[in-house]
Design a protein around this ligand. Structure first.
Ligand code: HEC
Ligand code: HEC
Ligand code: HEC
Ligand code: HEC
Length: 361
């Protein structure tokens, strides 16, 4: 069985936590035995993740260096030791951040070596690009043929567009979320960065993730667009997103913020709580941003989202059908022509979150 997580998200099967990770068990016979249900709770863990070391780092040297500098990587070494982490765990009656499914799903990459999923890295390559066991030896081979020798980093430039498309297509079919899949990559961010678990927030005192913004948060320490520089590996630079892509990321971020906060509220049940009001506030803010965009430029997909979603911040009108519609509009939004959106430039954040490694501006 293979359910990919965008589909799982669209279906809204699991309110929030489940969106970010997937079951891709049993593809190659490994892990075909269903996990013990009491260990999993509602949280799905990316069990076929293989981890960046040895598996991605060998070839993706600059990307790995950038990742190593990010909080996503660093967090594995330090976050669980902080007073904040201990306080959250205490309040929830949990003992270990790295051993609790309640935390692993968003904070770690879990690798399953037969003893059940174990947190081995922070948020890593596969948290965003998809569990790689099935595609790692396909995405880098000519024609996507695992029997061929691997290409070297940057060799993709020498391939014909057709050959490259065949290779990428083969890897996508196995779950790779490549850089052109802007929507699916962004979905990943929101599935972790909108924290809408009432228990985690109210009882645990965990932050809601308020303040997350797609453009500024993806173009700072998270950015690793080295291949796009078209240079050789040793000279590769971390290229900034084009003005067109920046506009797209900003608008897409607003749309996904609306979608994910609404999903969060719908999954909460009782929203008259402090957690409910915190998420409602995020939703309200995203709506205001959407209005400001629509005052400057007409974007049919964004208008569709604003008009389809409940005005009174009331999740009662939310349904799986609504989420599917919103998600579909957001997916189309990720493809809009950014060159027609210059009118929103004044709304775009100018700062980025964290330091860019090897920037080429
Ligand atoms: C839905 C995803 C999600 C889950 C589940 C989750 N976290 Fe987090 N956590 C985040 C995100 C995202 C941040 C960063 C928030 C930010 O910087 O905006 C964070 C931040 C933190 C921080 C830093 C808080 C601070 O005040 O700086 C701690 C500590 C933490 N989480 C502990 C935990 C523990 C312990 C668990 C399990 C009981 C857990 N988290 C479960 C997503 C999650
Ligand atoms: C044996 C070398 C090798 C390994 C190991 C490897 N890659 Fe790659 N990867 C490549 C090559 C070659 C390309 C194509 C580069 C090009 O287009 O020039 C590539 C491309 C990519 C792309 C970009 C595709 C696109 O066009 O957007 C992503 C994302 C990616 N790899 C992620 C990973 C991840 C994650 C891992 C570890 C799970 C990994 N790779 C392991 C060699 C490798
Ligand atoms: C699997 C869950 C997950 C995914 C997917 C994810 N993040 Fe994160 N992110 C976190 C957590 C957890 C933290 C907090 C880490 C810590 O410091 O303990 C974080 C921290 C960050 C930070 C550092 C914030 C700071 O306080 O300095 C940035 C920037 C960031 N994420 C951006 C992104 C972007 C952009 C995406 C999507 C391209 C993304 N994240 C995808 C879970 C995730
Ligand atoms: C927080 C999410 C996140 C993590 C973690 C992450 N990536 Fe990416 N990656 C992205 C996004 C988003 C893009 C698309 C960047 C763009 O096109 O603007 C991308 C693009 C890429 C590309 C294509 C870059 C280019 O220049 O065209 C490669 C290759 C890649 N990632 C490999 C990796 C590897 C290897 C790791 C781990 C060492 C990793 N990524 C970790 C989100 C992530």
């Amino acid at each position: 069985m293979k359910i990919n997580e965008p589909v799982a998200c669209v279906l809204g099967i699991v309110a929030l936590l489940g969106c970010l990770v997937l079951f891709t068990r049993g593809e190659d016979g490994e892990g075909a035995t269903p996990p013990a249900p009491e260990r999993r709770k509602s949280t799905l863990i990316e069990t076929v993740a293989i981890g960046p070391e040895d598996h991605c780092a060998d070839c993706h040297i600059p990307e790995t260096e950038a990742w190593e500098m990010s909080h996503h990587a660093e967090s594995f070494r330090s976050r669980h030791k902080t007073a904040e982490a201990k306080a959250i765990l205490d309040r929830l009656g949990l003992r270990s951040m790295k051993r609790s499914d309640e935390c692993i799903s968003c904070h770690y990459t879990a690798v399953d070596d037969g003893r059940g999923p174990q947190a081995r890295f922070g948020v890593s390559c596969e948290s965003c690009h998809g569990a790689a066991a099935s595609w790692v030896d396909v995405h880098n081979r000519p024609g996507g043929d695992p029997r061929r020798d691997a290409l070297r980093w940057g060799d993709g430039r020498k391939e014909s567009a057709e050959k490259k498309a065949t290779r990428i297509h083969a890897a996508r079919a196995l779950g790779m979320i490549d850089s052109a899949r802007t929507f699916d990559l962004a979905e990943r961010c929101f599935s972790c960065h909108v924290v809408a678990d009432g228990t985690l927030i109210e009882k645990g005192g965990h932050p809601t993730g308020q303040g997350f913004e797609l453009l500024s948060w993806s173009q700072g320490e998270v950015r690793h667009s080295y291949l796009s520089s078209g240079k050789d590996p040793m000279d590769a630079m971390n290229v900034a997103a084009s003005p067109e892509h920046r506009r797209r990321l900003y608008v897409l971020g607003v749309a996904l913020e609306i979608e994910h906060t609404l999903r969060g509220l719908a999954g909460m049940g009782d929203t008259s709580t402090a957690a409910g009001s915190a998420i409602r506030q995020r939703l309200g803010e995203a709506r205001r941003k959407a209005q400001a965009i629509l005052e400057r430029v007409e974007i049919a997909e964004l208008r569709e989202i604003v008009e389809a979603t409940p005005v009174k911040d009331d999740p009662a009108g939310s349904s799986p059908e609504l989420f599917a519609r919103v998600s579909d509009a957001a997916r189309r939004l990720a493809e809009v022509d950014g060159s027609a959106l210059a009118a929103i430039d004044e709304l775009l954040p100018t700062e980025v979150v964290g330091a860019v490694l090897d920037p080429e501006e």
